[in-house]
Design a protein around this ligand. Structure first.
Ligand SMILES: [Zn+2]
Length: 87
């Protein structure tokens, strides 16, 4: 087996997972490397295009994988900066 780490079946508790700020559900976040980004997507946070070949994150609701979204890495990291300041 190769590929992405399988967070879903390791007994990780939903409370430990980040929440999607739009869907308000626990999500699994996976970093997509530039070479893995073969399509372009629209980031739900800033509504700008994530060009193919750009490293970004994919945010997958645990209970609704069909609703996964692709975010800019920076947009995802700043999604809750109002509550949690990072420097
Ligand atoms: Zn964005």
């Amino acid at each position: 087996m190769c590929g992405l780490p399988a967070l879903g079946n390791t007994g990780v508790m939903a409370e430990d997972l980040p929440l999607d700020p739009f869907l308000k559900v626990p999500v699994k976040v996976t970093f997509i490397q530039p070479y893995q980004a073969v399509k372009s997507y629209v980031c739900p946070s800033c509504n700008q295009t994530i060009e193919a070949g750009t490293g970004h994150v994919v945010v997958v609701p645990l209970e609704a994988a069909d609703l996964r979204r692709h975010w800019h890495r920076a947009c995802w990291e700043h999604r809750d900066r109002r509550h949690r300041r990072q420097r």
